[in-house]
Design a protein around this ligand. Structure first.
Ligand code: ARG
Length: 461
């Protein structure tokens, strides 16, 4: 069939070249945005007397019909078309005849595709924001339940100081809040309308770009037509957001995997979010968490693919830019899927508080508190640090813990130590005393929770 763009050419394109060139198998997911954009375009053309009002009404009704038919499945997308823009225009012309051919006045596929993609990502971002809100709510809820649950806090994956599980979870809440902020910032810059830039240079028709922008919910219009059609920063920014979010989800997943192991046994995932082994009957694997960790690499790849595609592209539109969509769609789908699985996985996760407590008691993680105790009794910190270290070494040599040393043993090292040392190095005390803002005390965790709850209400619409 003759191409809609067959102007200068008369020869047929090669079948394989056609398939290579076409993007309909992935850009068809933007049909709603494409049709909505075209409706606004038709309305603008009539408002500016570029086409007649009746023609515009016919076009809008025709477009609405196509949208309905695609939504309810009575119209199938013709995969032989080059892309979704061509498909919609082709069906419109089949249905309306010559009037259909008026739609593409004062427009190009270059500004059209830029418009569709911005609208698509704006919608996808709203969905992801709602998912992030749900995840944050689950995290905050678990954190509240475990604001006093003692666990070892780690540095270098070595037991360091006692913390609460609630505090640990709230660290992820803070990361996710930043992700929310980042996405909202990205959407702010994305919400700029390129329609009306046309092929690259603007148009000789007396168009009204603001008319279309406002109708389609944009805050601004792109101020340079070359930039308008060739800017894909919004995709790169969106995928940067996705990559950073995935990095956070991956770190959390890694911890869930570790915590689920027999070596830790801090949590038990619901059967719904684990798998067995085809050979080892005793296994309960955290496959879903591992996949989230694994898919992080894939999303980074999406970002790098786009940045590499854009690097070195001359202005304005180049066909290379068609490659933006598969990366962006893959990033959207992956993030959406990961959030869909992670949120209920966390909500149904059982926390094994006794095991956490036991692990916390074994690693001399109150040694800092012992040193601080000596400082409060008047000893310089470095000396106190040394004595606490010697006591730890003694414990290790004798198979003891700091709590099981006698007062006499303590006093052999320093006569500043008195009976109150035992309550001071009790893990619950160590945690409760860390009341500095952002610290691990239950009190501070509750303040963090209140902060996040307030932010969720304000920042996420
Ligand atoms: N399918 C194309 C894309 O995704 C649409 C724009 C085509 N424009 C062009 N001048 N060939 O980028």
């Amino acid at each position: 069939m003759a191409k809609m763009w067959a102007g200068r050419t008369t020869g047929e394109t090669d079948r394989m070249a056609d398939d290579f060139n076409s993007s309909i198998h992935f850009d068809s997911r933007m049909y709603r945005e494409d049709i909505t954009g075209s409706m606004a375009h038709a309305a603008m053309l009539a408002a500016k007397n570029i086409i007649g009002k009746e023609d515009a009404d016919t076009l809008i009704a025709g477009l609405e019909g196509i949208l309905n038919d695609l939504d309810n499945g009575t119209l199938a997308i013709d995969m032989n078309c080059e892309d979704i823009h061509m498909f919609v225009e082709q069906v419109l012309t089949e249905r309306l005849g010559d009037v259909g051919k008026k739609l593409h006045t004062a427009r190009s596929r270059n500004d059209q595709v830029a418009l569709d993609l911005r609208m698509y990502l704006r919608g996808a971002s709203e969905g992801i924001l709602a998912q992030l809100r749900e995840l944050l709510e689950v995290i905050v809820d678990q954190a509240e339940q475990h604001k006093s649950t003692i666990m070892p806090g780690y540095t270098h994956l070595q037991r360091a100081q006692p913390i609460t599980f609630g505090h640990h979870l709230m660290a992820y809440a803070m990361m996710l809040l930043r992700d929310v902020d980042r996405l909202k910032d990205t959407v702010g810059r994305m919400n700029v309308s390129p329609i009306g830039c046309c092929a690259l240079a603007g148009t000789t028709y007396d168009t009204d770009r603001w008319f279309e922008a406002k109708k389609l919910g944009f805050d601004d219009i792109s101020r340079n037509s070359l930039d308008g059609v060739s800017d894909r920063d919004f995709c790169a920014e969106f995928m940067s957001f996705c990559s950073i979010l995935m990095m956070h989800l991956s770190r959390l997943s890694e911890e869930i995997i570790l915590w689920s192991s027999w070596e830790f046994k801090f949590v038990e995932l619901s059967d719904a979010y684990t798998t067995g082994s085809s050979i080892m009957p005793q296994k309960k694997n955290s496959d879903m968490a591992e996949l989230i960790r694994g898919k992080t690499g894939r999303v980074y790849g999406d970002l790098i693919a786009l940045l590499t595609t854009l690097k070195g592209l001359p202005l304005a539109y180049n066909k290379d830019m068609q490659e933006d969509k598969e990366s962006v769609f893959d990033a959207v789908d992956t993030v959406v899927q990961c959030l869909q699985v992670l949120t209920p996985m966390l909500a149904t996760m059982t926390v094994l508080a006794d095991n956490m407590k036991q692990a916390a008691q074994k690693g001399f993680i109150n040694a800092t508190d012992l040193a601080d105790y000596l400082v409060k009794k008047g000893m310089p910190f470095r000396t106190a640090y040394k004595i606490a270290g010697q006591l730890v070494a003694k414990c290790i040599a004798e198979g003891k813990v700091l709590e099981s040393l006698t007062l006499e043993e303590y006093r052999e090292c320093s006569d500043l130590i008195e009976e109150d040392v035992f309550s001071e190095i009790d893990l619950a005390t160590c945690v409760a005393k860390r009341i500095s803002e952002g610290g691990t005390s239950p009190e501070s965790v509750m303040a963090q929770i209140a902060y996040v709850k307030e932010k969720i209400a304000i920042v996420i619409y």
